[in-house]
Design a protein around this ligand. Structure first.
Ligand SMILES: *[C@@H]1O[C@H](CO)[C@@H](O)[C@H](O)[C@H]1NC(C)=O
Ligand SMILES: *[C@@H]1O[C@H](CO)[C@@H](O)[C@H](O)[C@H]1NC(C)=O
Ligand SMILES: *[C@@H]1O[C@H](CO)[C@@H](O)[C@H](O)[C@H]1NC(C)=O
Ligand SMILES: *[C@@H]1O[C@H](CO)[C@@H](O)[C@H](O)[C@H]1NC(C)=O
Ligand SMILES: *[C@@H]1O[C@H](CO)[C@@H](O)[C@H](O)[C@H]1NC(C)=O
Ligand SMILES: *[C@@H]1O[C@H](CO)[C@@H](O)[C@H](O)[C@H]1NC(C)=O
Ligand SMILES: *[C@@H]1O[C@H](CO)[C@@H](O)[C@H](O)[C@H]1NC(C)=O
Ligand SMILES: *[C@@H]1O[C@H](CO)[C@@H](O)[C@H](O)[C@H]1NC(C)=O
Ligand SMILES: *[C@@H]1O[C@H](CO)[C@@H](O)[C@H](O)[C@H]1NC(C)=O
Length: 271
């Protein structure tokens, strides 16, 4: 009985002091249950490919023929091209490219669609060496419209770096269709990036081969580093045509064959 009275008095005092108090207080619930945390939002993470603006690839070299020229898509065979030197210097379909990069987009249950940054996979590459992507080119081709007339169509293709066997350190900059089941011998797309000055590079996060070989298991990786091992080698063959091909050299040396190979820098110039 006394307990009931005291409890009643407590409630009244609470209400009175609540009224005297300018803030709006909530009375404690007598049935206290452990709050259930809100469910984690359901999210779908989807890669989205973004094409850059169009650009050309200008060479810088001590070789005056190559210096300031633009890399072109050069015919190698049916629907296969390679990047190389071509004397034609005006912008056209054959020397215009984009860089396709992949970002990740999060779609929540409530309909919100936002970039997953920073909790989902992101590219942690420092901006100074550039974000790697696929160098993309559009092959112009005439196709039948169905009623006998021909129409011009463009088919996206991508850069691959293709060695000529295992005996050489030279890799040809070949342009070929993406996701083609018959292209095992051409490998996958090369991932190239453009640094803050516009120079095309390739990156990896391996420490030097020497350090990696000495490091304990699982520790040969560091910050991504950019490499610029481009050459143009005159009078070389990839398939049926002789061109001055753009070559990527595996390792730090010079191309191990090719009589005339000039070291080049490849610079992106926006169209
Ligand atoms: C209620 O508020 C008034 C003015 O803010 C104050 O003078 C008074 O002491 C308060 N009463 C209690 C019981 O806190
Ligand atoms: C008013 O209510 C708040 C929240 O319950 C409390 O912290 C504060 O001490 C109260 N003030 C007075 C004057 O009773
Ligand atoms: C106190 O809360 C009630 C219910 O939420 C609300 O209707 C009232 O306006 C609030 N009073 C003040 C002073 O905020
Ligand atoms: C507390 O509330 C829940 C749901 O409102 C009820 O099922 C449960 O029996 C209550 N417990 C007590 C001790 O009153
Ligand atoms: C290449 O061309 C640029 C721009 O015309 C010039 O500044 C540079 O000196 C040239 N390089 C060589 C090695 O001739
Ligand atoms: C939807 O959910 C996400 C993740 O919880 C949240 O960031 C966003 O603000 C929500 N949007 C709306 C309109 O509720
Ligand atoms: C053939 O079809 C294309 C559309 O597919 C149309 O633009 C064109 O005019 C047609 N040509 C003739 C000769 O009918
Ligand atoms: C590059 O991205 C554009 C736009 O998403 C796309 O149309 C094109 O097919 C892509 N190129 C390649 C080689 O995948
Ligand atoms: C300069 O490069 C062009 C194109 O690859 C090549 O034909 C020529 O032999 C090179 N000149 C010299 C002096 O190496």
């Amino acid at each position: 009985m006394l307990l009931c009275f005291l409890l009643g008095l407590w409630v009244v005092l609470q209400v009175v002091s609540g009224q005297n108090n300018s803030t709006n207080t909530t009375l404690p619930s007598t049935n206290i249950t452990t709050p259930i945390p809100p469910p984690l939002p359901n999210v779908n993470i989807n890669p989205v490919t973004i094409a850059s603006s169009s650009f050309r690839l200008q060479l810088q070299s001590h070789n005056k023929t190559l210096n300031n020229s633009f890399l072109s898509a050069l015919h190698e065979g049916a629907a296969i091209e390679a990047l190389g030197y071509y004397h034609f210097t005006t912008p056209d379909q054959y020397n215009t490219f984009t860089l396709n990069t992949t970002t990740y987009v999060c779609t929540y249950d409530n309909g919100t669609i936002i970039p997953c940054n920073p909790s989902a996979p992101t590219n942690s590459t420092p901006p100074s060496i550039g974000v790697p992507g696929t160098l993309s080119w559009s092959l112009p081709a005439e196709t039948s419209s169905g009623n006998g007339s021909l129409i011009l169509e463009f088919f996206p293709q991508e850069l691959r770096l293709v060695p000529h066997g295992v005996s050489s350190n030279m890799n040809f900059a070949v342009i070929w269709f993406p996701n083609n089941p018959d292209d095992d011998f051409l490998g996958g797309p090369a991932q190239v990036a453009f640094d803050s000055e516009g120079y095309m590079n390739m990156q990896d996060d391996l420490l030097s081969a020497r350090d990696a070989a000495r490091a304990p298991f699982g520790e040969p990786f560091g910050e991504p580093k950019a490499y610029y091992r481009w050459f143009v080698c005159a009078n070389t063959w990839f398939e049926y045509y002789e061109w001055s091909h753009l070559i990527w050299v595996s390792g730090a040396g010079r191309p191990d064959w090719g009589d005339v190979c000039d070291s080049v820098k490849v610079k992106r110039v926006w169209v």
